[in-house]
Design a protein around this ligand. Structure first.
Ligand code: NAP
Length: 255
């Protein structure tokens, strides 16, 4: 095992599957103790923890449905207990805001006020509240990594609300990067393109083919390929990068 994150602790929201799971595995492989957060699927989070442990890493699961009342308190209660149990203290070196709700792809004319509230609650408000709460635990030199999306840079009208919520997340990156620089805490966004997270749409050959054409490499991204960027940002090698948006789209925005 390499050890660039030995003695570090991390929370990855939404790491029961997809990019979050790959990021949790990647951080743990570098030596970090990882809190694997899930919303509803406790079993899947347990599987992520098992995968990490089989790989020789350390992890524990924390559950809270973001966007619901009390979720942040619930999450931090479990997080602090887990950190204390494993390390004897509650320092959190790395926060990855990855959990997100996606829209079904309604035309802008069809979007309801409730949908906007739901998406913003999970994708923008929850990361803000998580950072706010985590700041008491994050030591100088810590890392905040926000998983945004390529749709903040490329017009996809049926994804307008989701894209707006990710745009708000990018603002969190920008302003917090300045605010936290005196403490050497870096804050960055990672922009995935279309990434095969194993969900139903990726089982349809025609859909896969169509989505593959968006990347300059004419294929879908793998969760590990986005996770590699997350892990890099978490390491000391990335200490000079803050307030940035790292493109992890396989050249989908090249035009
Ligand atoms: P995914 O496979 O759909 O998994 C989403 C994760 O977020 C799950 O672990 C889920 O947990 C959790 N989650 C969702 N809503 C939640 C809530 N209300 N409270 C708590 N947890 C919640 O996601 P993904 O495709 O890997 O995407 C990961 C990140 O990359 C997201 O921020 C997404 O917007 C971004 N992204 C993805 C793509 C892509 O093509 N996949 C492209 C651009 C950006 P439970 O299942 O346990 O509820």
């Amino acid at each position: 095992m390499t050890s660039t994150l030995n003695d570090k602790t991390a929370l990855v929201t939404g790491s029961s599957r997809g990019i979050g799971r790959a990021s949790a595995l990647g951080l743990a492989r570098e030596g970090a103790l990882v809190a694997v957060h899930y919303g509803r699927d406790k079993q899947a989070a347990r599987e992520t923890v098992d995968l990490i442990e089989k790989d020789g890493g350390r992890a524990f699961a924390v559950g809270a449905e973001l966007g619901t009342p009390g979720a942040v308190d619930q999450l931090f209660h479990q997080l602090e207990a887990g950190l204390r149990e494993h390390t004897g203290e509650t320092a959190l070196d790395i926060l990855v805001n990855n959990a997100a709700a996606t829209t079904l792809g309604d035309a802008p004319e069809e979007v309801s006020a409730e949908q906007i509230d739901e998406i913003f609650a999970v994708n923008a408000k929850a990361p803000f509240l998580l950072v706010q709460r985590a700041l008491g635990l994050i030591p100088d030199g810590g890392r905040i990594i926000n998983i945004s999306s390529a749709v903040t840079r490329r017009a996809v009208p049926p994804q307008i609300v989701y894209a707006m919520s990710k745009g708000a997340l990018d603002q969190l990156t920008l302003h917090l990067a300045r605010h936290l620089a005196p403490r050497q805490i870096t804050v960055n966004s990672v922009l995935p393109g279309i990434t095969d997270n194993g969900s139903a749409v990726f089982q349809i050959p025609e859909a896969r083919e169509q989505m593959s054409q968006l990347s300059a490499f004419k294929r879908l991204g793998e969760p590990e390929e986005v996770a590699n960027v997350v892990v890099f940002l978490a390491t000391d090698r990335a200490r000079w990068i803050t307030g940035a948006s790292l493109d992890a789209t396989g050249g989908s925005l090249l035009g």
